[in-house]
Design a protein around this ligand. Structure first.
Ligand SMILES: [Zn+2]
Length: 68
């Protein structure tokens, strides 16, 4: 395998859309484009927001603080 062929096989796969691209052609590594990078970032943030509430919050509902 010569050097040019080896370079041609160096490709990256975008984690967001799965497209195969040349690493040198992207300005948003490891994503194929800044758009895919922001999509992945948004996915992360959504997962953090949708995490269950802190332990102990459910118990608070059983307290009769409203009788004061
Ligand atoms: Zn992509």
């Amino acid at each position: 395998m010569d050097w040019e062929a080896r370079r041609a096989t160096r490709r990256s796969t975008c984690p967001t859309c799965g497209v195969i691209f040349a690493p040198g052609s992207s300005e948003a590594m490891p994503f194929c484009s800044p758009r895919c990078r922001s999509i992945d970032l948004g996915r992360w943030l959504n997962e953090e927001i949708s995490l269950p509430v802190e332990p102990g919050d459910e118990e608070a509902w059983d307290l009769d603080d409203f009788d004061c």
